[in-house]
Design a protein around this ligand. Structure first.
Ligand code: SF4
Length: 482
């Protein structure tokens, strides 16, 4: 554990995020410096004291302690948090002898900054320079974010962000729970008998939204989870039938269903999706190494991924995404090379490359305690292998996001061929359009014309969701009825 003491309580979140980025394997505890006591010494500590024009810093983490002082020009009337964060980052670089690819940026949406610059009319090179100077972002990552922001802007120009909306529908069931999962997901076997109850509750939410948003243009529909294809074919038909009869699809640009797990896909289900106008699906191998698939608890084989993909093509899907994860337990560069090679053979239309994120709520945290973090390897090289594979498939990066505690401190990048971009993915990342989210654990986001955003979530637990559906609808009434 690392104890972090500061005299600025409102900096605790930023301090936590920045120190965690350098030391992902440590728990970080931030507290008021008034609580500092030598008796509490756990071996690792950081003391950060902010004064009007000065920063005093002491760092002792897995090594000898070091004191730092930084002075800010006395002509600055107010030293902003941004400068404090940059200075702290520079001192941590000095202490550790390392830099981070994303510099002092710890937020999940770095492309938002680039997009903000471009929207002000700044050219690409200047935006890159700004990210490098103001946030110490590496040249490669700065260019990547500006490149993606530019592409996103072009795609968003074609969407009715101002008046339209998108719909998310969550099906929180999966065949089994993956080692790293932190989503709202429950094993389908435990809920088989109650799926109808879940769908009935969901249909109540659908009825409410279709009534209050009647006449409002719907742009994209995304059915995610969980794994929606854990539902049986007749249940999927009920769900898609309900969606189609409740909303006008005349302006819908994209209808995505996550068919993520190969062990949940059958020809019958694919045919149901095709019949109801699904345009884009995701079939996610995560890795093409059998041992890893077993270790992460996905309980499907590489062959099942290949068969599901071929079946989807034969049913007529011409926009199939695949997800892969870098930094999976015990995987080395050769495994990533193999996964990307196998994916290239399948030739999907888009590829999302994730860096493994270590979430407290996942079983992965336990696995790390038992096996150590050194078996999770994600490097510049594995990122490059994946990127070059996407390039060979004729894809370009079109959306990006980061999560806390990502292996290698990298990012998740969505690559796609021209015309196969996942529009919903951009909308959710850049927060430019209202997203109405239905189902257990979903979070609705209302984007106002002035850029303000309000969120309301549904309860995560399925039984609670069913039982309290009227309350979930009431939450939506408060968020959307004005
Ligand atoms: S498929 Fe996705 S949602 Fe389901 S258990 Fe695995 S990580 Fe979680």
């Amino acid at each position: 554990m690392i104890r972090v003491y500061t005299n600025r309580i409102n900096y605790q979140y930023d301090l936590h995020a920045l120190i965690k980025a350098f030391y992902p394997e440590h728990d970080i505890r931030t507290m008021d410096i008034a609580q500092y006591s030598v008796e509490d010494d756990c071996g690792n500590e950081v003391r950060v004291e902010f004064y009007d024009f000065r920063l005093e810093l002491y760092i002792r983490i897995d090594a000898k302690g070091k004191n730092y002082s930084a002075y800010f020009g006395s002509n600055m009337t107010q030293v902003s948090k941004k400068w404090h964060k940059l200075t702290l980052y520079e001192k941590l670089c000095d202490y550790t002898g390392r830099t981070l690819p994303w510099g002092n940026l710890t937020g999940v949406r770095p492309t938002k900054l680039a997009m903000g610059m471009l929207a002000e009319g700044v050219d690409d090179d200047s935006a890159v320079e700004w990210l490098r100077k103001e946030h110490a972002v590496s040249d490669e990552k700065a260019r990547l974010s500006v490149d993606i922001a530019r592409r996103e802007m072009q795609i968003l120009d074609t969407v009715n962000c101002r008046d339209g909306y998108s719909l998310y529908i969550g099906i929180p069931f999966c065949p089994t729970t993956c080692l790293y999962c932190s989503f709202t997901s429950y094993p389908i076997a435990a809920w088989k008998e109650r799926i109808n109850e879940y769908l009935n509750a969901l249909f109540k939410e659908i009825d409410f939204i279709s009534e209050i948003y009647n006449g409002k243009p719907l742009d994209t529909v995304y059915v995610g989870g969980g794994t929606p294809t854990t539902l049986e074919a007749d249940e999927l038909a009920r769900l898609f039938g309900k969606i189609r009869e409740s909303f006008s699809f005349s302006g819908v640009r994209e209808f995505t269903v996550e068919a993520g797990r190969a062990d949940s896909i059958t020809r019958e289900k694919l045919e149901v999706m095709k019949k109801y106008g699904v345009t884009r699906i995701s079939i996610n191998p995560q890795t093409m190494k059998e041992e890893t698939l077993r270790l992460i608890g996905r309980r499907h084989t590489v062959l099942q991924v290949k068969e599901a993909f071929a079946m989807a093509r034969s049913v007529g899907f011409d926009n199939i995404n695949m997800d892969m994860i870098l930094g999976l337990p015990n995987e080395i560069e050769a495994d990533v090379e193999n996964t990307i090679h196998e994916i290239e053979m399948l030739n999907p239309d888009s590829l999302t490359v994730h860096s493994l994120a270590i979430k407290r709520a996942s079983r992965l945290s336990q696995w790390i305690e038992e096996n150590g973090i050194s078996m999770l390897i994600n490097t510049d090289n594995t990122m490059r292998i994946a990127r070059e594979g996407a390039e060979r498939l004729g894809m370009k990066p079109y959306y990006l996001y980061r999560q806390k505690n990502m292996s290698g401190n990298f990012e998740n990048v969505g690559y796609a061929r021209e015309g196969k971009y996942g529009i919903y993915n951009i909308l959710i990342m850049e927060e430019k359009q209202t997203i109405v989210a239905l189902g257990a654990g979903s979070i609705s986001k209302r984007v106002y014309l002035d850029g303000n955003i309000k969120r309301r979530e549904n309860v995560k637990e399925v039984a609670q969701y069913i039982e309290r559906i009227d309350e979930m609808i009431e939450r939506k009434r408060v968020l959307f009825s004005d």
